[in-house]
Design a protein around this ligand. Structure first.
Ligand code: SF4
Ligand code: SF4
Length: 370
């Protein structure tokens, strides 16, 4: 097989696992593996993105180190998964952002903070540190048109790059477009993604941060994911209030945008803090150490978005509003700019792998002998 070391190691461990098959009840990876006798690069990229890193197969494995086979499925698949994201990234010229990604995220956050602070300082009608109240208070700090223009451009660029990345995923994992977009496969894959079925480790929870079975990681992921959706809904409702009803922000406590934003922000903050805590305590043996910076950078940036957003909500009627607005917008801008080149892509490609898995398993159920 041509390809780098992550592909060779993933092929080696999958070949051993396919002969052993002890872990087939843990997750979707092993049943998908068993549909194959040999593994192409496309198969391995798909299996790597199907793995949820629950670590059940690491603690159960009789061939893990110090055995001479040295099987470490979570690490092998995590290293290949990270390498595959570089290959999926579009435009290709930006794939390098996945290298030393933690530093990239940190630098983007700092640059964005400097830009937005300067911008707010120069554009604020009455200065940055001054109390602004009433409808349109935020736009007296940073003009409405400029704010909408910058964030629309960032969101469109991110969506375009993520869409192109998804097309690369389909091509590089040998996924047929027709099967991928079939409604029944989308429904099954989406349900597995929304429930995080394969962080259940066959029903007992996953082995994270150590060998004990726990449901905590799955619940924290749910807090982050559904909190993110609530925050997105808050922004959408606020845009409708502004453009559709002519009611500019800020909105009162008890209004729908504030309730959704507050609920989503608190849920995400709790989920992200919990995930960071688990990451600090996790067993490093089955971990992809090269991806640690990327994971911490992503969690840290999303936490910065939420903490600055909550502070802005609680302190919006004080003189700190301008400073907090600039810092919050900076964190959001950095987050959107790096959306296709950060750990965020794991959500996109895992959903895509789950849909491919749904198509394969449906076909296997229809034709067990095939
Ligand atoms: S991880 Fe180990 S025990 Fe599990 S299927 Fe692979 S070789 Fe067998
Ligand atoms: S780490 Fe979990 S999800 Fe990944 S292959 Fe092992 S059992 Fe499956």
């Amino acid at each position: 097989m041509s390809g780098g070391e992550p592909l060779r190691e993933a092929e080696r461990v999958m070949t051993i696992c396919n002969a052993c098959r002890y872990c087939e009840g843990f997750c979707a990876v092993f049943p998908a593996m068993e549909l194959r006798r040999t593994f192409t690069a496309a198969d391995l990229r798909y299996l790597a993105n199907l793995c949820h890193n629950c670590r059940g197969c690491w603690y159960a494995c009789q061939y893990a180190p110090p055995h001479e086979f040295a099987v470490n499925v979570p690490r092998a698949l995590a290293e290949l998964r990270r390498a595959s994201w570089r290959g999926f990234a579009r435009p290709k010229g930006l794939a390098g952002l996945f290298t030393r990604n933690g530093r990239t995220v940190g630098a983007a956050g700092l640059i964005a903070a400097a830009v937005f602070l300067l911008w707010a300082a120069f554009s604020a009608a009455d200065g940055l540190w001054v109390r602004q109240e009433g409808a349109g208070a935020f736009y007296r700090m940073i003009p409405y048109g400029a704010m909408v223009g910058v964030f629309s451009a960032l969101a469109l660029a991110a969506l375009g790059a993520l869409g192109a990345g998804l097309i690369s995923f389909l091509r590089q994992t040998g996924t047929r477009t027709r099967e991928f977009f079939a409604l029944k496969n989308q429904r099954r894959g989406l349900l597995d993604a929304l429930r995080l079925t394969y962080l259940e480790g066959g029903g007992h929870g996953c082995n994270y941060p150590d060998e004990r079975f726990r449901h905590g990681r799955r619940r924290l992921h749910h807090l982050v994911f559904y909190g993110f959706l609530a925050a997105l809904a808050s922004t959408t409702v606020a845009a409708f209030y502004d453009h559709g009803l002519g009611l500019p922000a800020p909105y009162p406590w008890g209004s729908l945008p504030v309730l959704l934003g507050l609920g989503g922000g608190l849920a995400m903050t709790a989920g992200l803090a919990g995930l960071l805590y688990l990451k600090a305590r996790m067993d490093r043996e089955p971990a992809d150490e090269g991806g640690r910076g990327m994971e911490l950078g992503f969690l840290g940036l999303l936490l910065a978005v939420n903490v600055t957003g909550l502070l802005l909500l609680f302190l919006r009627a004080t003189a700190a509003m301008g400073l907090l607005l600039a810092l919050h917008l900076a964190a959001v801008a950095a987050f959107f700019a790096l959306l296709p080149y950060s750990k965020f892509v794991h959500a996109l490609y895992r959903w895509a792998a789950l849909v491919k898995n749904a198509a394969e398993q449906s076909a296997a159920e229809r034709d067990p002998a095939g």
